[in-house]
Design a protein around this ligand. Structure first.
Ligand SMILES: N[C@@H](CCC(=O)N[C@@H](CS)C(=O)NCC(=O)O)C(=O)O
Length: 211
């Protein structure tokens, strides 16, 4: 398996966590987003969406991180990312999709670059944009976690939700978002930090991270 990704990309980070949780070996191929390598003709032949990650397995290429998480769970059912019970599966997908669809899209690198370079916003204004969308979706996620009585993890063990949550929390901290109103989220964050699969997947531990 080869994971084409970028050390600080949240979608690549999702997959590194999932692969580690499942105990699957893989090689990493760095696609430098700051050098726009994801837009190169060569990379687009691999992943026509022009973003990371792409997972290469036995000569096939898989794109779109949420679809890859589902595929990994079906292809390698040991150490599942989704629980067996249908209602529990819904609970995981509901929260994972809230983050993947409502947060990742407006906070992605090309959107932030467009705000800055095309619309002429300052970094301070972009930071306000970032914190606004984080707070808006985290409020809903936090409320849902409280309703469900979540503890260290959404459902007792880390799975797909935590794979999606941790990269978003990492980004939220990079942008100095105030997380004081989200005690369930930060409790899960603390538990994940103690877990070896999450530790190994952390951006700061990736070989490609610039020193
Ligand atoms: N929906 C896609 C999004 C992929 C995506 O946008 N990845 C980001 C990194 S987290 C990226 O490659 N951004 C650079 C770009 O789009 O030019 C997925 O979940 O895989």
């Amino acid at each position: 398996m080869r994971l084409h990704g970028y050390w600080r990309s949240s979608t690549s980070y999702r997959l590194r966590i999932a692969l580690a949780l499942k105990g699957l070996e893989y090689e990493q191929v760095e696609v430098n987003l700051l050098g726009a390598e994801q837009r190169s003709e060569e990379y687009r032949r691999l992943n026509p969406f022009g973003g990371v990650p792409a997972l290469e397995v036995d000569g096939r290429i898989y794109a779109q991180s949420m679809a890859i998480l589902e595929w990994l769970d079906e292809r390698f059912p040991d150490r599942p990312l989704l629980p067996r019970d249908v209602e529990d599966r819904f609970a995981v997908r509901e929260l994972a999709m809230a983050i993947a669809t409502e947060l990742h899209a407006p906070l992605n690198l090309p959107v932030l670059a467009y705000l800055k370079h095309d619309l002429g916003h300052s970094q301070d204004e972009i930071d306000v944009w970032y914190r606004h969308w984080i707070a808006r979706t985290f409020e809903g996620v936090e409320a849902r976690l409280a309703q469900r009585g979540a503890g260290e993890f959404l459902l007792g063990a880390p799975g797909m939700f935590e794979c999606v949550l941790m990269p978003q929390l990492y980004n939220a901290r990079r942008f100095s978002c105030d997380l004081g109103a989200f005690p369930h989220l930060t409790q899960i964050e603390a538990a994940c930090r103690e877990h070896p699969a999450f530790a190994a997947a952390h951006p700061d531990l990736q070989a490609a991270r610039p020193s």
